[in-house]
Design a binder for this molecule. Structure first.
Ligand code: NI
Length: 263
């Protein structure tokens, strides 16, 4: 298996391990629909050049991912891009970075301390994803970051691993419709994220998405282990645009709401 597939398998195994409800949903859908493909995964980082989007995407670009579009979320000081691969069964990568300079000196100091722990040549190599949180931090620092930015706190605790995997639903035989799919998930005892409604987006903008509530993960800090909001599983239904091709971008408003899913 090549490095890209090894990494995607590693991320998927890691994601399922930290998110039992994703495993339950995946098993439910596999039983009903057969093979499940993922529409996208989402990564988060900081805009410092040691770990920014360009740096983290370098190995993935070398493996065939190409830049497709960019998105700005000025209210939360987040900038994002999405990348896709010509092998259509591979998920798109939605990657965002926090504009650290827009926050307090204290937050910038904490992020600088974390980044200073990264060994010099690790950026731009696959290894950074295998040890996704290349720093130690205390629960007190996590909490201080969380006061200002849920995003900064999440990256500090979990590092460079997917915040979510999103299932591609439009080819499903029975559960392509998100209302029907959501009913199945709820009957299976799973809890949906309801911030902004159970379904984000609409056919008019060619993309609808739902997600499960974020898992709670007991995370290791330098001063102990604490349960914190972790990752979440998402479901994306894409519609055809007027020229007949399937919409392959992201919508600013629903993506913005989904940044709140791990709060
Ligand atoms: Ni998503």
């Amino acid at each position: 298996m090549d490095q890209l597939h090894t990494l995607l398998e590693h991320w998927w195994a890691d994601f399922r391990q930290g998110n039992p409800s994703a495993s339950t949903a995946y098993a439910l859908l596999t039983a009903k629909e057969g093979t499940i493909f993922h529409d996208h995964i989402a990564l988060r980082t900081f805009n410092d050049e040691t770990v920014n989007i360009d740096t983290l995407m370098a190995p993935l670009e070398a493996a065939g991912y190409t830049y497709r579009a960019e998105y700005a979320f000025p209210k939360t000081h987040v900038y994002a891009r999405h990348y896709a691969h010509d092998m259509l069964d591979l998920p798109k990568v939605f990657i965002s970075q926090l504009e650290v300079g827009s926050f307090s000196g204290e937050l910038q100091h904490h992020i600088g301390e974390l980044l200073s722990q990264i060994p010099p040549q690790s950026p731009a190599q696959w290894d950074i994803f295998m040890n996704p949180r290349p720093w130690n931090l205390s629960f007190a620092v996590y909490q201080a970051l969380r006061e200002e930015s849920e995003y900064a706190a999440w990256v500090s605790a979990f590092g460079f691993r997917p915040t979510h995997f999103a299932v591609r639903t439009e080819a499903f035989a029975h559960y392509a419709d998100l209302t029907t799919l959501n009913s199945l998930l709820k009957q299976g005892g799973l809890e949906l994220n309801t911030g902004g409604g159970e379904i984000q987006g609409s056919p008019e903008i060619y993309l609808e998405q739902s997600s499960l509530k974020a898992s709670t993960i007991v995370n290791q800090f330098s001063d102990g282990s604490y349960p914190i909001p972790g990752t979440y599983y998402e479901f994306a239904k894409r519609y055809s645009v007027p020229d007949g091709t399937v919409f392959d971008g992201f919508n600013l408003e629903s993506a913005g709401n989904l940044f709140k899913s791990t709060q």
